[in-house]
Write a protein that binds this ligand. Structure first.
Ligand code: ADP
Ligand code: MG
Length: 328
């Protein structure tokens, strides 16, 4: 789930080492970046006490690393890897159980567009590896067999897979969850203004020196260009796009968000941005809406309280939920 080609990781590490800065600027802001979950994560926080800021940010990064170890498919000792390897019922931690519950509820709500059981499919495409491949129809069929919202049952802390080979992948929700928990560490440390950004999964604490944070949403086809700027306070905003992790073959783009009905990259959308109270929900909902496309995807977001979103369809058209149509 957090895998990337080696050269991307090396490049990110280089960038991280170059931009690892501690800016005890006059305005009481401190920003630091680090590579966690295969993504360059930036944590920015404001406080008058520099030592407090520094230790709070270190603790927030440590929290994200803890969650990477708990939830990553790439770490064979993670709970998720152990669950995937388990043949029978498997007991998880309270925290993992709650995250699985949240994922399952969004899986049901989106009619299976969001799916926690795509581990085998993800491995098959290997989109984030150095040698991605286009699977055959037979391979797809086998990777999709037995997946879906009913493929995992949770009873308390006990998780039961409907078939022993089922592979769990939290790639569509774990980063958002980690961002939420990092922000919570900052909050617990007494910080009142902060932003955690894990490659477009953003959680915001409070405002930015009396003003809303201004979050620029990446244009899905114009690299480095901002599509829309959203003024936001004390919430999460997450973007999923087909431009982040993909390969091209014979003029077609193969990216990392799969339609569980076909086993192929979802085709109706270029990008989705979801604003919600927490980044875990926003992350999963963005992936779900991406798969569902402009009509059903926007409807999913519109029907949920405290959730707004904007979606760029395959043809580049921009759609917004009603709460984002006002204003700008
Ligand atoms: P990113 O990780 O780039 O922010 P997403 O949040 O959209 O992007 O998550 C994409 C990841 O989620 C994929 O790499 C894969 O691990 C997983 N995934 C792909 N398709 C689905 C799906 N339909 N439902 C749930 N998870 C998915
Ligand atoms: Mg997601």
């Amino acid at each position: 789930m957090f895998g990337r080609p080696l050269w991307v990781i090396l490049l990110l590490l280089l960038v991280a080492s170059l931009v690892w800065w501690r800016v005890p600027a006059d305005d009481g802001q401190l920003s630091r970046t680090a590579l966690v979950m295969g993504t360059l994560v930036e944590i920015k926080a404001f406080d008058d006490e520099k030592d407090k800021l520094d230790s709070a940010i270190s603790a927030a990064f440590a929290e994200m690393t803890r969650l990477e170890n708990l939830l990553s498919r790439h770490n064979p000792r993670s709970e998720i890897s152990q669950l995937s390897a388990a043949a029978g019922p498997f007991t998880v931690s309270q925290e993992t159980a709650e995250l699985l519950q949240l994922g399952q509820s969004i899986a049901r709500r989106s009619d299976g567009a969001f799916d926690l059981t795509l581990g085998a499919l993800k491995k098959l495409w290997a989109i984030e590896s150095d040698s991605p491949q286009i699977p055959t129809a037979a391979q797809l069929q086998s990777a999709l067999s037995g997946i879906g919202p009913d493929a995992l049952t949770l009873e308390g802390l006990q998780v039961q897979k409907q078939q022993p080979g089922l592979q769990v992948d939290l790639g569509g929700i774990a980063k958002g969850y980690a961002v939420d928990r990092a922000l919570n560490v900052l909050r617990q440390a007494g910080i009142r203004s902060a932003a955690v950004n894990a490659g477009g999964d953003i959680a915001l604490l409070g405002d930015r020196q009396g003003q809303p944070w201004r979050i620029g949403i990446q244009h899905p086809r114009k690299n480095g260009e901002v599509l829309v700027t959203l003024p936001l306070t004390d919430c999460a905003v997450v973007t999923s796009g087909d431009y982040e992790r993909f390969f091209e073959r014979d003029g077609s783009r193969y990216h990392h968000i799969f339609d569980p009905r076909t086993g192929r990259p979802a085709r109706l959308t270029q990008s989705v941005t979801v604003v919600a109270k927490d980044a875990a929900s926003a992350d999963a909902l963005a992936t779900a809406a991406f798969v569902l496309g402009p009509q059903a995807g926007l409807q999913l977001l519109e029907d949920l309280p405290d959730v707004e979103g904007l979606l760029v369809g395959a043809d580049g058209r921009l759609f917004r939920t009603s709460g984002l149509r006002r204003g700008d």
